[in-house]
Design a protein around this ligand. Structure first.
Ligand code: NAD
Length: 479
């Protein structure tokens, strides 16, 4: 197999993986490098027939794969992890080119985490259990695979998101159809090329997407679970499309995470950390800090610190090692971020950034806004981009209730010197994850998920694995 990066990507023929074969699309789409605004590759896109072909291939493969020994599934996952590791550099560079993230983040975080998660699931087991046993007989619980899983992926950490869905699905005996976001399919199509000989035909299928593949998957009667990561708005469509055939859904949706700075916080220590969790990957993370509550007494110093860090950011392409701050991932999101900038000027005081960078590509510098009311769009909505509001509070209870005044409940964090006091506030934050003096601590064996309108179900850990199986109870009377 030739290296994806030894050739000009514009002349490379990316293909979908359907039923163990490389399949050209019914159509094509142009993929843009957000760090230059230039077309870098052409990707295949499926029509509805190809989506159905992939689901039917997965359905046929399921009949055999569900009966395969656990050792075979484990071995397949280890082969996938080894191969991804072997091709880490190529995958990382593709991720940089299509998602705009810095190379170090793509390689040392995204690819590395993807491998770690696959290896974790390769070692898990859902053995049958005896739930109850008495003089008359016993109840056994067996974990049955569901069937075809549709894995629908956003564009921000797509290789990681793909593999942490594929690994537990396949381990549990399911088969999968992966659908990347329309603007970031290249790493997935390359992954399909790598997987072609690592799993039996039809066990993992990887499509492109011109924008219509998602609904074709979620409405297909043979899909038994939709494992979806994306916005809350699209999550609602997924639920309603899944309803007619009573599919299961696991939804990892949007977030509007709050960070509460405690009155005893050391501003010099916490401001840089809060800054990096606010603006990491240009703020385009579900669990980025999106609202920052700072006590009156620390507010001005905190805001100055934030503005200084924003002014020091060096914008650039993900392959530019000097750059500390990359582009917005796609043109549509770029337009949305421009609207946030206009709102920032209208609703608050912009103390850093605030204007689009004129270079080619989709660059917006980190933008810091103070003196914003809670009813501003910047506070109420998920600002998926590099615009952050610093909100003032004078009463801690009031800060907690404002932090909870949102439809979202994905993550949150509390920052302070007295860990027990911070722990007590963390207990009152309404979200699936709350971190103290950091934001986003994740591990493959710890379940992750949102509450309220940030999600349904869990990923990672045994709870995450159990989303890919259903209980089958067998009652066995004593002889
Ligand atoms: P999005 O919801 O626009 O798209 C996500 C995926 O859904 C894409 O593959 C898209 O093509 C597909 N899709 C779009 N319409 C569909 C439909 N009707 N039916 C089925 N699939 C459809 O999200 P995005 O812009 O790619 O990503 C950003 C969003 O994702 C943010 O809201 C972010 O918070 C969220 N996100 C959440 C998590 C999490 O773990 N909770 C992680 C990353 C991103």
């Amino acid at each position: 197999m030739s290296s994806v990066l030894n050739t000009d990507l514009t002349s490379r023929r990316f293909a979908q993986l359907i039923n163990g074969r490389s399949v050209q699309g019914a159509g094509t789409s142009e993929i843009i490098d957000p760090g230059t605004g230039q077309v870098i590759a052409t990707a295949p896109t499926p029509d509805t027939d190809q989506v159905h072909e992939a689901v039917e291939a997965a359905d046929t493969a399921f009949k055999v794969w569900r009966l395969s020994p656990a050792s075979e599934r484990r071995a397949a996952l280890h082969r996938i992890a080894d191969t991804v590791e072997e091709h880490a550099e190529e995958l990382a560079r593709l991720l940089v080119l299509e998602t705009g993230k810095p190379l170090a983040v793509a390689r040392d975080m995204e690819v590395e985490w993807a491998v770690r998660w696959v290896r974790y699931f390769a070692e898990q087991e859902l053995a049958p259990e005896v739930m109850r046993e008495d003089a008359d007989g016993r109840f056994e619980r067996h974990h049955e695979p569901l069937g075809v899983v549709a894995a629908i992926i956003p564009w921000n950490f797509p290789l990681f998101q793909t593999l942490y869905k594929v690994a537990p699905a396949v381990l549990a005996g399911n088969t999968v159809v992966v659908k990347p976001a329309p603007t970031s399919p290249l790493h997935a199509l390359f992954l399909g090329e790598l997987l072609r000989d690592l799993v039996p035909a039809g066990v993992v299928n990887i499509l492109g997407d011109g924008g219509e593949a998602g609904p074709a998957l979620t409405s297909h009667p043979s899909v038994r679970l939709v494992s979806f990561t994306g916005s809350t708005a699209v999550g609602r469509h997924v639920i309603s499309s899944a309803a007619s055939t009573i599919k299961r859904v696991v939804l990892e949706l949007g977030g509007n995470d709050a960070a509460i700075v405690m009155p005893d916080a050391d501003v010099d220590a916490v401001a840089p950390e809060i800054f990096s969790w606010s603006f990491f990957y240009a703020g385009q993370i579900c669990t980025a800090i999106k609202r920052i509550y700072v006590p009156d007494a620390l507010y001005d110093r905190f805001a100055e610190h934030f503005a200084r860090l924003a002014d020091e950011a060096k914008l650039g392409h993900g392959l530019d090692e000097e750059a500390t701050f990359g582009p917005i991932q796609n043109a549509k999101q770029f337009e949305r971020v421009k609207e946030y900038l206009a709102t920032a000027h209208a609703d608050g005081k912009v103390i850093a950034g605030g204007v689009v960078d004129p270079r080619p590509g989709y660059f917006v510098p980190p933008t810091v806004v103070t003196d914003v009311d809670d009813d501003s769009v910047l506070v109420r909505e998920e600002t998926f981009g590099p615009v952050r509001a610093i909100l003032r509070y004078s009463d801690l209870d009031d800060a907690v209730s404002r932090a909870n005044d949102t439809e979202y409940g994905l993550g949150g964090s509390v920052w302070g010197t007295d860990i027990e006091a911070a722990r007590s506030v963390a207990g009152r934050i309404e979200s699936g994850n709350v971190w103290i003096n950091t934001h986003v601590a994740a591990a493959p064996d710890v379940p992750f998920g949102g509450i309220k309108q940030s999600g349904v179900g869990a990923e990672f850990g045994l709870e995450g694995l159990k989303e890919f199986v259903e209980n089958k109870i067998i009652y066995v009377p004593n002889a």
